[in-house]
Design a protein around this ligand. Structure first.
Ligand code: ADP
Ligand code: MG
Length: 559
């Protein structure tokens, strides 16, 4: 069976489903769809491994729609997804693919909305339930029979569900569904926890794996820029001047950074907003909708908050802060170049993150070329181009409406046409610098540093010969004799650096200065500890709890 033969029509799907899929503009099934659909149609359990953006939703939604009995008004398929947003996205996809199948009802079940209407929708004949595990368990506690008619179970983004701590809920749900069901599991990665679930709950599953070097990555034009950590915001502002983007998502690591960058962008007149785990669900949906319809052009997000975000307008992904691993890099940049469109991904790299860049290049099998910050001349050219583009349509028309006024003003002011036009330009451009000297003065100094043995580009004069300054700014690498350790507890668990410090000082018996930097992320934290005696220390901390949760500290290797 090859990729080209017959497209969707050859997949043995109900013609109404094929028609709806073609009507949404899909031409060919993606690789994961091509391989999964026949397996699911044939009734096998399946494990599908493929990265973001490969089309996993239709890979399970189409065969499931094919299988459900529309005349029966009871839950037949259950799809589990890690977040409310993903659940809504999957539910919407089902509705799209079922457009020409009257009588199909889909209900999305998630936290943060009242339970009553959700339960009623299930009982009123929804054949397809798309749910987050936590909320579904709440429903099961009210009505343990609610899933007793389910025949098809899909775990979408299974690795994310486990990362979000849904393991126990999944077990409860498995038990509440008849054992005769068909089970399909999709995941970008297959850690041992997922394999163990599959061993216990799937029957002779077929494996489908789409290798991570797919067109999703290759269609994207990637580049990196070297920049000092405290110069990231000016660097982003300068890049935005020259990048021609439609919509853009900027990734940072912390909630605070989403707020800081979004504020800086808004101050420059961009339509930007922050998206992080603190922002209420309904507000998050509003942000995403605004990005979709153009009321916003830039969203500054953390990885967790951007999960599953799928906005076709996105042409650019800015990795303002480094992703934690190559996989999340691939996930992030998969937000652009969706479904074969062109996309551009930029990665800011600070001196000590060079190694992570190399890891990314090795894992994706691609070089991420180095780009330079645009200099003042490039910024000026871009500004003039924008101004020219904005005036072009007016030049063709405005004389008819404003020509007489112009004549009158030149007469009243007793000035030349050039003088008046210049005055109008100054007014229209609102004080924006449009000559080289001023742009040079106005551009914040961004001392990007040259790679080994190269000189900085012209226009980066501030940096030239300033090696002392450069070295002072470079953040320290991991100190001699220290290693990084990781815990799965993070800001999301209500953890602050001082809690971790306290726990390790108290229970590990270390001196304060033996502990290096502590970085608290949303879903985990990194702590620098002495390599000497590490095993002993980790054993001592084996049962330590912080904020009521097991610390489970482990040595962390970046590659
Ligand atoms: P994943 O779950 O693997 O991250 P999705 O199912 O969300 O991917 O699909 C990613 C995007 O690709 C969506 O916008 C979807 O509409 C689109 N898409 C999926 N399958 C196809 C196809 N066969 N042809 C064109 N676009 C597709
Ligand atoms: Mg998906």
């Amino acid at each position: 069976m090859t990729q080209e033969t017959g497209g969707f029509a050859a997949l043995d799907l109900n013609p109404n489903i094929v028609a709806a899929v073609l009507a949404t503009g899909y031409e060919e099934p993606s690789a994961i769809q091509q391989q999964s659909i026949p397996i699911i149609l044939a009734g096998h359990d399946m494990i599908g491994q493929a990265q973001t953006g490969t089309g996993k939703t239709a890979a399970f939604a189409l065969p499931i729609l094919n299988k459900i009995d529309v005349s029966k008004r009871e839950p037949q398929a259950l799809i589990l997804a890690p977040t409310r947003e993903l659940a809504l996205q999957v539910a919407t996809a089902f509705e799209t693919y079922a457009k020409q199948m009257p009588g199909v009802n889909v209900v999305a079940v998630y936290g943060g909305a009242p339970m009553g209407p959700q339960l009623r929708a299930i009982r009123n004949g929804a054949q397809i339930v798309v749910a987050t595990p936590g909320r579904l368990c709440d429903h099961l506690r009210r009505d343990e029979k609610v899933l007793s008619t389910v025949q098809y179970l899909v775990l979408d983004e299974a690795d994310e569900m486990l990362k979000l701590g849904f393991m126990d809920d999944l077990e409860v749900i498995f038990d509440a569904i008849p054992a005769s069901r068909q089970t399909v599991l999709f995941s970008a990665t297959l850690p041992s926890s997922i394999r163990s679930i599959a061993e216990r709950h799937l029957r002779e599953p077929k494996h489908v794996k789409i290798q991570s070097k797919t067109q999703t990555v290759t269609a994207i034009d990637q580049a990196h820029l070297m920049v000092h950590a405290d110069q990231k915001i000016p660097a982003v502002l300068r890049l935005l001047e020259v990048e021609e983007f439609d919509a853009l998502i900027a990734f940072v690591r912390t909630k605070q950074a989403t707020l800081d960058l979004a504020a800086a962008l808004e101050a420059k007149g961009y339509k930007a907003a922050a998206l992080n785990g603190d922002i209420a669900q309904n507000q998050r949906e509003r942000v995403i909708d605004s990005l979709k319809d153009g009321r916003l052009d830039i969203v500054v997000a953390t990885d967790v908050a951007a999960r599953g975000l799928d906005v076709p307008r996105i042409t650019h992904v800015f990795n303002v802060d480094m992703p934690y691993d190559p996989e999340s890099y691939v996930h992030r940049i998969g937000r652009t170049g969706r479904a074969g469109r062109d996309g551009r991904a930029l990665l800011l790299v600070t001196p000590r993150e060079r190694r992570m860049l190399q890891v990314i290049e090795r894992v994706t099998g691609q070089k991420v070329a180095e780009a330079r910050l645009p200099n003042a001349q490039a910024v000026l050219d871009a500004r003039i181009k924008k101004l020219t583009n904005s005036l072009a349509p007016l030049v063709a028309e405005a004389e008819a409406t404003h020509g007489e006024l112009f004549d009158r003003l030149t007469a009243d002011l007793g000035c030349s046409a050039r003088a008046l036009a210049s005055a109008l330009l100054r007014k229209a451009t609102n004080g924006q610098a449009l000559d080289l000297a001023t742009v040079e003065r106005e551009q914040p100094l961004v001392p990007s540093f040259a790679p080994r043995g190269e000189r900085t580009e012209r226009g980066e004069r501030s940096d030239r010969g300033d090696r002392g300054e450069r070295e002072r700014r470079a953040p320290l690498p991991l100190a001699e004799g220290r290693v990084r350790c990781r815990t799965a507890l993070g800001a999301r668990d209500g953890i602050a650096a001082k809690n971790l410090l306290g726990a390790i000082l108290n229970e590990g018996g270390l001196a304060r200065d033996a502990i290096g930097r502590i970085q608290v992320r949303d879903s985990f934290s990194l702590i620098e500890l002495p390599e000497d005696g590490l095993e002993r220390l980790l054993t001592k901390l084996k049962d330590t709890r912080v904020a009521g949760k097991q610390l489970k500290l482990r040595r962390y290797r970046e590659d």
